[in-house]
Design a protein. Sequence first.
Length: 364
Amino acid sequence: MNQKTFFRQFRESQIFWPLVAWIIILVFNAIVDPSFFKLGIIEDPTYGKHLYGNLVDIFNNGAPLMLVAIGMTLVIATGGIDLSVGAVIAISAAMGAVLINPALGNQLISNEILTKNATNTPLPIIILADLLAGTLCGLWNGLLVSRVKIQPMVATLILMVAGRGIAQLITNGQIMTIYYTPYFWFGNGYILGLPVSIYIVALVLILGWVLVRKTSIGLFIETVGTNAKSAYYSGINEKNVKLFAYMFCGFCGAIAGLILSSYVHSADGNNNGLNYELDAILAVVMGGTLMTGGRFSLLASAIGAVVIWTFTVTIYHLGVPANALLAAKAVLVLVVILLYSDYTRRLINRITTKRRVAKHETTN
């Protein structure tokens, strides 16, 4: 494979445009404030030496969004959508907080008891309960979409609204502060100087890649998303494929809830995972997955999430007020829509074709 062929294939791959967008934002930061890329090593009394800086924070704080985007990719690839991932994050965080709580049930207990760093549930059980809660939420959405045949937006809207109420019921309507130090490791710990959350995202990416590229599941998902009727006549069980996609999305949302609650040391049914579903959809679209379903890339969606979080950090770094963040994101959404529109792609193809023809005529 020569260099030109490699570059052409890379340019046509789904990770090309997200990488271009990320590089543009990084170059902008380099021009405005070169210290944006400053990295250092800090000695932490709890977690030892580790790297710190804006780039580390982007990947660490953006890990929950990356996980949600990975799960959302499979759902959108089947032609569906999941608006409940933010609520799934809240339910997962609430489940972990209640199991860590040394009190029985939902009884309110004093801070004196909580600060003893105690838990009445082993950490592996807490993790399994978190993951099970999220996966069951995905199962619920999948059953509504694949078996009951409710439109994906309507089916997931049910849990989007009810999910936060469920999270508040679990925590008895309280913002539960978590004092169990081993639980903090998932959102604040470090391995070889890098945040644990980065390794978790990498493991989920590898798991997803094995599932969709080393088995027939990925082909089934793309077939169902491209043409569900053709998939049916090809012998593909459309219902099970969609059910798997929603369960995997719930599983990823549960891990995101685990990391997020670990990072902020609390579970808040109202605010945990708020607006994550919108950012995840944007990340998936930025990764080149069509909302109508079909071809997808988990890595491209993860890069899209990194782009969104880098954009968010850049906005804060420039001193833009937090209440103006949504307006700034609206500009990003507009740019993404324009880049991925058919008109823009035809324009780019027309320009490249003209250049190729002109070069060929000059050579002759």
